[in-house]
Design a protein around this ligand. Structure first.
Ligand SMILES: Nc1nc2c(ncn2[C@@H]2O[C@@H]3COP(=O)(O)O[C@H]4[C@@H](O)[C@H](n5cnc6c(=O)[nH]c(N)nc65)O[C@@H]4COP(=O)(O)O[C@H]3[C@H]2O)c(=O)[nH]1
Length: 799
């Protein structure tokens, strides 16, 4: 130590020592700055920065050494061997290059320290090679222990310098690292100079291949200038790069923090390099240290708090191996009640970037959309789409001996309720029907609303037809029970069509089609009941379709004709009116009775056109009859739903010139079943015009008497079923007696329909029935036969 101090104070020129120190500091600053650049750069650019750094560091060490040697008094007498001097520069640069490469290539502190120590080794190699180049008339001996200390000092300070530099790329770390590197070079040099023992020996001559100290000073000055220039350029580049980097950092930071997604970047070992706030808040990791930590440690910490379930090590190992093998993975994880989609994307050179997106609302919206697409909004029941799927699954699941039944349901006259009571009541009724259906079916059965007032049920796994029958019976009963909705007592029936798998079909479409055909049959058979599909229904449906087409064409081709049947006064036997009855004059099939086409015309709405035709014909024909003979025309309930009824009656009367009081309009109870205000208003309007209103088919409905209270009818027509059984059934006689008595006391005319013989006529006369109509007098005949019917009281020949 003493020797080193002595060497420094007594053997050196301090001005030159200061110059050497300044060069060394400058070179160190440039070297550290370039070291940062090398670390921040990937790929081939990194090699360039390391090479430049090695050149600056090597030259810096070299220049520092020779400036310090100029300051060394004894050295002034000698010269420097040129090849060895050059070799010392080469060693300084190349060993420094190796050390820097090691330190830059790894993020692990141990390798940075090793790299730094190698740089220190380079400084020593340069120094001792440089000393070997010194030729002077003296023998140079070395104090071994001081040499070792000098090498260790250089290595330790240099290792420390790179360690500090690698910690962070900011001013304080850069300054600290610069000072440490300067110390490494200076401490090494002067300690090493303290190890020198010079023994004068005039026999040692200076070789021809040497350079005198003056020239050496020129060389070192040049090297110093070169270093300063390189350092300046490097500093400038570094500053620019940092400025650019800073700007990029700002952009990156604001992009990262404004992302709706969470982002976290990991190195190849699974250490967190970078993350944004969204990531920390999404995974509730705001209160734990993240940067620089291994992800698996974070998992373990969360595991300890009970926030992480599962095997943290196994999960972490999977992430690392996926990244290593370049696999992009997507997972949806549930954290804190939220669904988070995580995409792990491998990065070049190891590591991966994970993006985290909270898709809870998106998933909920998806689920809602898919629910809406497959359910009925009103009742919440599956809709046609889901029903189809469930039926398909049911067929798939059904074992060979299982039977599957499809029940198609249609509410009877639902439209009337909707029209008369309004849509909100109609909707409430549909909801209640849905609820009752769900409650009535079995656990494994499916109920769906197919649209409007159509519902469907799939019954799975019952082995007999009886199970479907019993379910259908139960459903008819349950649906038909009265409803109390908004103070309205509503009664509605249901018709059901049933198809069974496998016999009636093996796929959903076939089963639904056949259940529909059976439903049609249930409706045709009077509604409020169920029917099983039978082979042949399809053919009947086909026939019905043909009839419908035929009917439409017949309307166009004017194939209809009004026939007339006389109505006689029972007391006088005089014809008082004719009832107009429609006939279809089919070109191939001949005369067709209304029973074969009126129901279809009502279903298709064609009855409105046909009704208008009968009205016009009847009014026109009646104008040619005696004034005291009236004409009766049947009105269908469907015509009452048409807004044009009053207008068409008015126009038929106006066009024919028939007086309104000669026209009778016959309505059935089903018109009043609609019971809407509109129906009664229409009836009153017709009455106000002078037209008379008859209640047709009296006694066939459920509460005929109550209808007499709802409207003041002019005439009651007793249904022919009572007349035909007059002689055989006591109760028929009693009913006719009651009706005629009622008519008398209310001042309403009573007409008995279907009188076929004198006995019936006699009984009716005795009971005081006002009018009679039937085959006894005449069958319905064309208008041209009216005169004949007027003349001949009995005209039994068929029309
Ligand atoms: N067995 C038997 N039957 C008798 C006797 N006397 C009359 N009839 C039949 O009884 C039906 C009386 O007409 P309705 O009850 O109004 O019943 C009518 C009526 O509801 C409907 N209809 C006929 N023409 C029209 C029309 O222009 N418009 C509407 N909406 N319906 C009509 O078709 C139904 C059937 O009409 P039609 O076949 O002409 O049948 C007529 C008539 O031919 C008898 O002594 N014995």
């Amino acid at each position: 130590m003493y020797q080193v101090l002595y060497c420094l104070t007594d053997e050196h020129d301090w001005r030159l020592v200061a110059l050497g120190g300044a060069v060394c500091l400058l070179a160190s600053a440039a070297a550290i700055s370039l070291f940062h650049r090398a670390r921040a750069t990937q790929g081939p650019g990194r090699l360039a920065w390391i090479s430049l750094d090695a050149a600056v560091s090597g030259c810096g060490v070299w220049a520092t050494h020779f400036i310090a040697m100029l300051a060394y008094g004894p050295g002034g007498a000698g010269a420097y061997n040129i090849p060895i001097t050059i070799l010392s520069l080469i060693l300084a640069i190349s060993i420094t290059f190796v050390g820097l490469s090691v330190a830059v290539s790894s993020a692990r502190p141990v390798w940075i320290v090793v790299g730094g120590a190698i740089v220190g080794g380079g400084v020593a190699a340069m120094h001792y090679t440089g000393m070997a180049a010194l030729e002077m008339p003296a023998r140079v001996d070395w104090v071994g222990s001081t040499v070792t200390v000098s090498v260790l000092l250089g290595a330790v300070f240099a290792a420390f310098a790179l360690f500090v530099a690698a910690r962070r790329d900011d001013l304080s770390h850069a300054l600290g690292a610069t000072v440490l590197l300067t110390l490494a070079i200076v401490a090494h040099h002067f300690t090493a100079m303290g190890a020198v023992l010079l023994t004068p020996d005039p026999t040692l001559a200076i070789s021809g291949l040497s350079i005198p100290p003056a020239s050496m000073s020129f060389l070192t000055a040049s090297a110093a200038v070169a270093i300063i220039a390189i350092a300046l350029v490097a500093a400038l580049l570094d500053r620019r790069a940092k400025g650019e980097l800073g700007r990029q950092q700002l952009v990156l930071d604001s992009a990262l923090e404004n992302m709706s997604q969470g982002l976290c970047m990991f190195d190849a070992e699974g250490k967190i390099i970078l993350f944004n706030e969204r990531y920390a808040s999404m995974l509730r990791r705001t209160d734990i240290a993240l940067t620089g930590r291994l992800l698996v440690d974070v998992f373990r910490e969360e595991q300890a708090k009970g926030q992480w379930l599962g095997d943290a090590d196994e999960f972490f190992a999977r992430l690392v191996s996926d990244a290593r093998e370049g696999r992009t993975t997507t997972d949806v994880v549930n954290r804190f009640g939220r669904s988070i989609r995580v995409v792990n994307q491998p990065m070049q050179g190891g590591g991966w970037v994970a993006t985290f997106e909270d898709i809870t609302e998106w998933l909920e919206a998806q689920a809602k959309i898919s629910h809406m697409a497959r359910h009925d909004a009103l009742t919440g029941l599956p809709n046609r789409v889901l029903f189809h799927e469930q039926l398909e699954q049911g067929l798939h699941r059904a074992k060979s001996d299982d039977q599957l039944a499809v029940l198609c349901l249609d509410l009877d006259h639902f439209k009337d309720i909707n029209d008369s009571l309004g849509h909100p009541i109609g909707d409430a009724l549909l909801k209640e029907v849905g609820r009752r259906l769900k409650a009535a079916v079995g656990d494994g059965d499916t109920v769906a609303r197919l649209g409007g007032d159509e519902f469907a049920v799939v019954q799975i796994g019952r082995s007999e037809e009886a199970a479907a029958r019993s379910l259908a019976g139960r459903l008819v009963e349950v649906i038909s029970a009265p409803y109390e909705i908004d103070d309205h007592q509503i009664v509605i029936g249901v018709s059901i069509g049933i198809s069974l798998s496998p016999q009636d079909g093996s796929n959903p479409d076939e089963l639904l089609k056949n259940a529909d055909l059976a439903l049609y049959r249930a409706k045709a058979d009077g509604r409020g009941t169920y029917r099983f599909f039978e082979t042949g229904m399809d053919a009947r449906a086909q026939a019905r379709r043909l009839l419908e087409m035929d009917l439409r064409a017949a309307v166009q081709r004017d194939e209809f004709q009004a026939y007339y049947q006389p109505i006689r006064d029972v007391a006088s036997g005089r014809v008082v009116a004719f009832e107009a009855l429609l006939r279809w004059n089919h070109p191939q099939r001949g005369l067709i009775a209304p029973i074969s086409f009126i129901p279809l015309a009502e279903e298709t709405g064609l009855i409105v056109q046909l009704g208008e035709f009968v009205l016009r014909s009847a009014c026109t024909d009646a104008t040619s009859w005696p004034d005291d003979i009236d004409v009766a025309v049947n009105l269908s309930p469907v015509q009452f739903k048409s807004p044009n009824l009053i207008a068409s009656v008015t126009s038929a009367l106006a066009a024919s010139g028939l007086s309104a009081n000669r026209l009778e309009l016959e309505i059935t109870e089903s018109v009043l079943l609609q019971n809407s205000e509109a129906t009664l208003t229409t009836l009153h309007e017709l009455r106000a015009m002078g037209v008379r209103i008859s209640l047709d088919d009296f006694g066939t409905g459920y509460s005929s008497l109550s209808y007499l209270r709802s409207f003041p009818f002019d005439k009651i027509k007793i249904d022919r079923s009572f007349v035909s059984e007059l002689a055989t059934r006591e109760d028929s006689m009693a009913i006719i007696r009651a009706v005629t008595g009622l008519g008398r006391s209310l001042g309403i005319v009573t007409t008995a329909e279907g009188v076929e013989n004198d006995a019936q006529l006699e009984l009716l006369r005795r009971e005081g029935c006002t009018q009679a109509q039937g085959y006894l007098f005449s069958k319905p005949r064309p208008a041209s036969d009216v005169a004949m019917m007027l003349e001949r009281p009995r005209l039994r020949a068929s029309a």
